[in-house]
Design a protein around this ligand. Structure first.
Ligand SMILES: Cc1cc2nc3c(=O)[nH]c(=O)nc-3n(C[C@H](O)[C@H](O)[C@H](O)COP(=O)(O)OP(=O)(O)OC[C@H]3O[C@@H](n4cnc5c(N)ncnc54)[C@H](O)[C@@H]3O)c2cc1C
Ligand code: SF4
Ligand code: SF4
Length: 423
């Protein structure tokens, strides 16, 4: 890409989740040149991986598809997937951004016919399903992927399997010679919408994640419940494929804890209430215990909490479990003390779901910029008028989808103000 198509009036958005897509579309619809970078092969971020999302419990494709239709009408919005920022130099109104793109090995003329996947022999971990299953080494990231374009896993490049994959494509869409590339763009403002990642449950050692397949995380639960997930939407015990009868949902797993994430992630209480609803919808006889410090169901979503409290099969147990152990039968046992009844308990479950919190996706690997970040790596929002750098969505702090979209709209306005002052 040459520098000629973008300039100091151009707005760069980094991260193509719901926040980044919203900010990019809002700025482009206002007439500005916008470049959107996403380091995954598709747009949508973590929202695309949800089964359904509150407040209305719609399928995530509803909200995303509306944005994708808007994108298709925008000639002044350029999108680069599998691309990220390597370096930023300059200042508000005149940034030079070095963009790094990793190879997809599939060109834009891919028709998503799937012949390459049929020719592929190797299986690779399925990142879309949080590695709960595998896909072929030539794969479509998910059924609603945008762009609707296959990817070839780098592990097969240089092998006879890659040649077989290429030969299977009747459209000459496979390019095995693609290499990592970098190019520079000149932009006037940058919106960072790099989002979040789940806190690593293996760090919470008393909770034995990885020691029993029946101890999973909240994001994995979203995929188990999704029709395009590893169990086609049926919530089953990973250990034996049976329906779980007793399920424990553990709130604040690693959150509000100075050994892990000291802050509240704001969304995971509602996430677990949603998971209780998923389980109760599928299994009329099931029992769900929610272990909590306090339930934080913000704004109008309190009604969701009230509805679940009325279900006699759902119990709210005020306790932060001390440990989760693996019993002789391989199933998890939740241990602790109830802070209301003072009962010391050790209860066996078929499935335990850890409500792990959200940490900024750049928590370890800080963004290559001077934008102010707090002690946890969240980027301090709305400095657009000052330095041309703005954050949006969960990159700026734990938010739900509607709050992320609101912050994205605000970020688009700040970016417009930043580049307009250069006019
Ligand atoms: C278990 C759980 C359930 C939830 N359920 C709901 C719900 O029902 N309703 C609701 O409103 N909210 C829900 N949320 C919250 C919701 O997931 C977030 O509000 C939403 O993901 C925020 O979107 P985002 O665009 O800010 O971040 P993300 O979804 O994380 O998107 C960020 C994007 O940026 C990309 N990226 C990251 N770094 C770079 C980089 N350096 N360069 C280029 N691209 C980059 C990522 O690949 C990603 O695509 C839930 C959260 C959890 C933990
Ligand atoms: S790369 Fe070729 S074979 Fe694979 S889905 Fe695209 S068009 Fe079909
Ligand atoms: S939202 Fe709930 S589960 Fe998540 S950190 Fe806050 S109190 Fe804990």
């Amino acid at each position: 890409m040459s520098n000629g198509s973008v300039n100091s009036q151009t707005i760069l958005v980094v991260g193509g989740g719901i926040a980044g897509v919203s900010a990019a579309v809002e700025a482009a619809e206002s007439g500005y040149e916008v470049v959107l970078l996403e380091n995954a092969p598709t747009l949508g971020g973590r929202v695309a991986k949800l089964n359904r999302y509150f407040p209305k419990l719609c399928h995530p494709t509803c909200g995303l598809e509306i944005n994708f239709q808007r994108i298709k009408k925008l000639k002044n919005l350029k999108i680069f997937t599998m691309s990220s920022v390597a370096q930023v130099a300059g200042e508000k109104g005149n940034f030079t951004v070095s963009v790094k793109t990793t190879p997809r090995y599939v060109k834009a003329n891919c028709t998503a016919c799937g012949a390459c996947a049929q020719a592929a022999e190797s299986d690779v971990a399925n990142a879309f399903n949080y590695n709960l299953d595998t896909v072929k080494a030539a794969y479509l990231p998910h059924e609603m992927a945008f762009p609707m374009r296959y990817v070839i896993d780098p592990s097969v490049i240089g092998t006879p399997e890659a040649d077989k994959i290429k030969a299977a494509c009747s459209y000459d869409a496979v390019d095995l010679d693609e290499v990592e590339s970098t190019f520079d763009i000149n932009v006037g403002a940058i919106i960072w919408a790099t989002g979040w990642r789940p806190y690593d449950p293996a760090k919470i050692t008393p909770y034995s994640y990885g020691e029993s397949p029946d101890i999973i995380t909240n994001v994995e639960m979203e995929r188990l419940a999704a029709h395009d997930g590893p169990t086609h939407g049926k919530i089953l015990r990973p250990s034996n494929g049976e329906a779980p009868k007793k399920v424990a949902l553990i709130q604040c797993a690693g959150s509000r804890d100075y050994n892990h994430l000291p802050y509240c992630s704001r969304i995971c209480c509602l996430g677990s209430l949603k998971h209780a609803a998923y389980i109760r919808e599928q299994y009329a006889e099931s029992e769900v215990d929610i272990y909590y410090i306090d339930i934080r169901a913000h704004d109008k979503l309190e009604s969701f909490h009230v509805k679940l409290k009325a279900d006699p099969q759902v119990s709210f147990r005020k306790s932060k479990p001390a440990s989760i152990e693996v019993g002789d039968d391989g199933g998890p046992i939740v241990k602790g003390e109830d802070t209301i009844t003072r009962e010391v308990y050790a209860r066996p479950y078929d499935l335990v779901v850890l409500a792990t919190g959200m940490e900024p996706s750049n928590a370890q690997d800080r963004a290559p910029v001077t934008i102010e970040q707090d002690e946890y790596g969240f980027m301090v929002p709305h400095q657009g008028d000052k330095d041309g750098m703005i954050s949006a969505g969960v990159a700026s702090g734990p938010l739900d989808v509607s709050m992320s979209v609101q912050s994205a709209t605000a970020a688009a306005l700040k970016a417009i103000q930043a580049v307009s002052s250069n006019a």
